[in-house]
Design a protein around this ligand. Structure first.
Ligand code: FAD
Length: 477
């Protein structure tokens, strides 16, 4: 980090934001020979993803799942007496991971001669940034990449006080397990956090405005998770709105209104607001450079991650498209390559998505519905994890893998999974879709035995009517 005071500096490329989009862009531009300055307002590099999003949430979920599997271990003849979760130790372990990973990124920045500056940046004019809370006062640049990410959205009249009414960032810092937890919002963050704290012992209620958890996700996938949540004792209230939150000395009184328009109140120790995220675009002085935002406050970009201004690029959560770390990373690389004069394009066939629920949901490519909307004639096949020996030996046999393929060409258009390690299995699915693989390609690829990945192989076989471990009398010739 820069130590000298009040400097005015120059750079060929400035990147604002040290998350997965920003540091990937900075590293790629430096590797391609540019003199790069990377600005971030935090004490460490890594952004939301590393410091308060993807990584810490998965650390907490891993711990919760381990605890849960120890309870289940009775089935295998293992008795675990006196299980205890020490939140302080868990927090220390988690924070150590974050620190090690961010130090790794900072070390890589140094080795690449990327100059990392701490501070808050905003535009003074089209080629100059002013920095606040920084040892550097301004940066003159040729090109800039905006990678300022996003923050939790807390709708009025609610106020996240960080004590009882929490955002996901606050939630990850909790020092003890709340006895009761209300999760406002049944999207992926609400589901991941709600499921996690249930496994750790909280009495959890999830409230969702629409008629299903994970709105927009295939219902058959969501049903598997919803069933498991119910079995685990999570209360899910659909088509319900939280209309008021009143903080008390030792908790919060929430007013809930269901489909029947009747209000009822309930008390909770903590409330998590997880209703979406807002792009960090309003304090950047974008009006000074004439950059227009869309109606959701995001920066529109083309396939080269270029904004309306030729020398200004934007990547990640602050742009249009899904707010996902892997999307930010890929865009960052594309933006860096384009501004270095290379031919690059952000044009993925699919951006995979994972929900780290229990069991995990993972999908790539088109759903059946989306394919039909596009006028594709499709055939699908599904194979359940309960028919997979590895899933049985892991004591995790819920869920299925489903393949959506073109009826005639048999090109794989989409893969949907809900089940054990779906997040890991998704890489094969995504590669298959990117490469335009067919059912034949999937079936002729030998999958090691016994592995969970065989579920996808068998789903391809079911789609073609030739599965080994599934008997369909209609397919008998
Ligand atoms: P960010 O990671 O948000 O980084 C932006 C950085 O820019 C921040 O450090 C910010 O402080 C800094 N900044 C902003 N404005 C300025 C300024 N003016 N000057 C200087 N610095 C500035 N995504 C996944 O793909 N998988 C997951 O499993 C997943 N889990 C998540 C779990 C949670 C609880 C949350 C909250 C998010 C999760 N996400 C996940 C989303 C993921 O974190 C984001 O998509 C990702 O971090 C976006 O990366 P980014 O580079 O666009 O920005």
């Amino acid at each position: 980090m820069d130590e000298m005071d009040n400097q005015e500096i120059e750079a060929e490329v400035v990147v604002i934001g040290g998350g997965p989009g920003g540091y990937a862009a900075a590293f790629r531009a430096a590797d391609l020979g540019k003199q790069v300055v990377l600005i971030d307002s935090r004490d460490h590099l890594g952004g939301v993803c590393l410091l308060e999003g993807c990584v810490p949430s998965k650390a907490m979920i891993s711990a919760a799942e381990l605890l849960n599997s120890m309870h289940d271990a009775e089935t295998m003849g293992i008795t675990c007496d006196g299980l205890h979760l020490d939140m302080k130790k868990l927090g220390g372990w988690r924070d150590n991971i974050l620190l090690q990973m961010s130090k790794g990124i900072e070390g890589l920045a140094k080795r690449r001669n990327v100059r990392w500056i701490r501070g808050k940046a905003r535009f003074a004019d089209t080629h100059r940034l002013i920095l606040q809370e920084s040892a550097v006062s301004s940066v003159q640049f040729q090109n800039v990449i905006l990678a300022t990410g996003s923050r939790p959205f807390v709708p009025t009249p609610f106020v996240a006080d960080g004590r009882q009414v929490l955002t996901s960032s606050d939630m990850l810092q909790l020092k003890e397990i709340p006895e009761t937890l209300l999760v406002v919002g049944g999207g992926y963050i609400g589901l991941e956090m709600g499921g996690c704290f249930r496994m750790m012992g909280s009495d959890v209620t999830i409230v969702e405005l629409t008629d299903q958890l994970l709105p927009g996700t295939d219902r058959d996938l969501v049903e598997v998770v919803a069933r498991k949540l119910k079995a685990d004792g999570v209360t899910v209230l659909l088509e319900t709105k939280v209309t008021a939150l009143k903080s008390r000395e030792d908790g919060v009184t929430a007013t809930l209104m269901g489909k029947d328009q009747q209000s009822r109140v309930a008390d909770f120790k903590k409330v998590l607001i997880a209703v979406g995220r807002l792009p960090n675009t309003e304090n950047l002085g974008l009006d000074r450079i004439g950059l227009q935002l869309d109606n959701m406050g995001r920066i529109p970009v083309d396939q080269q991650c270029r904004t309306q201004l030729d020398h200004v690029f934007a990547v990640g959560d602050c742009t249009t498209g899904p707010m996902l770390a892997h999307k930010a990373r890929r865009q960052g690389l594309v933006a860096a390559e384009v501004l270095c004069g290379h031919e690059a394009i952000f044009d993925p066939r699919t951006i995979p998505a994972v929900i780290f629920s229990s069991p995990e949901i993972a999908y790539s490519g088109l759903s059946e519905y989306q394919a039909q909307e596009l006028g594709r004639d499709v055939k699908t096949g599904r194979f359940w994890f309960r028919g997979n020996p590895r899933a049985q030996t892991l004591l995790q046999n819920e869920g299925f893998a489903k393949i959506i393929s073109d009826r005639e060409t048999e090109e794989i258009l989409g893969i949907r999974m809900v089940g054990p390690c779906a997040s890991e299995l998704l890489a094969e699915a995504t590669l298959a879709i990117e490469m335009g693989a067919t059912l034949e390609d999937m079936i002729a690829t030998i999958h090691a035995h016994p592995t969970l990945a065989e579920t996808m192989l068998e789903a391809a076989e079911v789609t073609r009517g030739q599965a080994v471990h599934f008997f369909d009398p209609r397919k008998r010739s």
